[in-house]
Design a binder for this molecule. Structure first.
Ligand code: TXA
Ligand code: MG
Length: 334
């Protein structure tokens, strides 16, 4: 295990420990969570900033570190479907089918809340968002936390409010390091495999409604449920629609989805598309999955290089393409 002190808090590299059953560093992170501290951890989508979902002051610190307004709800991460009933009162049949098909994985279900899901988790709504992540370190952390009596880990993406989600431990450190305390931790699990946030599905109505597109696509959901989703329907009354602020997922550089770049501007486009003269190529993904995987890190790299403008050739809407385009449109709105 590689373990080193960085600034005031610890970054623990657990990459080499993936194959062992119970890495010591993950245990110590679970203890930190139980004691009310924050643990940033890898998931297959993006890195999350975790806290004990039953501890109001720990969750309040997550909001403070992110600079996020307190009325925003946060996703509760659990280790398996069997723990849903702790947090939700009802799970409709279609939601159960989705959970059995896509958990652990990049999908979040919004369900009617149990009393355990306090207003500081739900943003005052009667619903709670739940996810079982598939990243081995995330699952291990949740299991260790549950062994200590923990019931769920509240974790938004580990970035400052309105900014690009982190897909590496280093990105978390750079963005949030100065807000973390000595006892908080960052678990390093390497780059997030998917690279965009989970699909969020409202399961409080008769039929499912996608609130945020992600790795689990409309086509995948329709196939499993054998239905056609109504994309025109609106969220149930009073539900907060995620990431619906006009501007979100924004780097410091201005993002353009059309127009012509000038020398010195950044450029993101599929591998087959050549780079215009004098333009700084930030990513050349080979397909939509690769695009999702590279997108946030390439936007961060634009900021690291001090670029003012990034021009993006959008992917098509196949598979995760819908989620990429959703994020790009919001990133371009800053
Ligand atoms: O992939 C992901 O979902 C990552 C990883 C860490 O799990 N998490 C994530 O969390 O993206 P966050 O907080 O950055 O985005 C979650 C979105 C927020 O926009 C929030 O408003 C919405 O989900 N949300 C959370 N609870 C909700 C609820 N009960 N009803 C409706 N929307 C909810
Ligand atoms: Mg976020």
């Amino acid at each position: 295990m590689e373990k080193h002190k960085v600034n005031k808090y610890e970054i623990i590299n657990v990459m080499s420990l993936k194959t062992t059953n119970s890495p010591k560093s993950i245990k110590s992170a679970a203890v930190a969570l139980r004691n009310g501290y924050l643990v940033a951890f890898p998931t297959e989508t993006v890195y999350g900033l975790g806290s004990d979902a039953t501890n109001g002051s720990a969750v309040a610190r997550v909001y403070a570190v992110k600079g996020r307004p307190s009325e925003h709800p946060v996703i509760v991460h659990i280790s398996s479907l069997s723990r849903v009933e702790l947090w939700a009162t009802e799970i409709p049949n279609y939601a159960l089918k989705l959970a059995k098909s896509f958990w652990p994985g990049p999908m979040t279900l919004v369900l009617r809340r149990q009393s355990l899901a306090k207003n500081f988790i739900t943003g005052g709504q009667n619903n709670v968002a739940l996810r079982v992540p598939s990243h081995p370190i995330a699952i291990e952390l949740l299991l260790e936390f549950e062994k200590l009596g923990g019931l769920g880990v509240a974790a938004p993406s580990a970035n400052r409010f309105g900014k690009v989600s982190p897909t590496t431990a280093l990105a978390v450190e750079i963005e949030l390091g100065k807000y973390l305390s000595d006892s908080d931790q960052i678990l390093d699990g390497g780059p997030s495999q998917i690279g965009v946030e989970s699909t969020i599905i409202d399961c409080t109505q008769v039929t499912p409604l996608i609130l945020r597109p992600g790795g689990i696509t409309v086509e995948m959901i329709e196939k499993v449920l054998d239905i056609k989703l109504d994309n025109g329907s609106t969220p149930s009354k009073g539900i907060k629609v995620p990431g619906m602020l006009a501007s979100h997922y924004s780097p410091i550089a201005k993002v353009f989805l059309s127009g012509t770049p000038s020398p010195g501007d950044g450029y993101i486009a599929m591998a087959g598309i050549p780079t215009p003269e004098g333009i700084i190529r930030l990513a050349s993904p080979k397909d939509n999955d690769d695009y999702a995987h590279l997108l946030y890190e390439s936007l961060r790299s634009a900021d690291r290089q001090g670029l003012k403008k990034v021009f993006v050739v959008q992917p098509d809407n196949q598979g995760v393409g819908t989620a990429i385009n959703d994020r790009l449109i919001k990133a371009a709105n800053n």
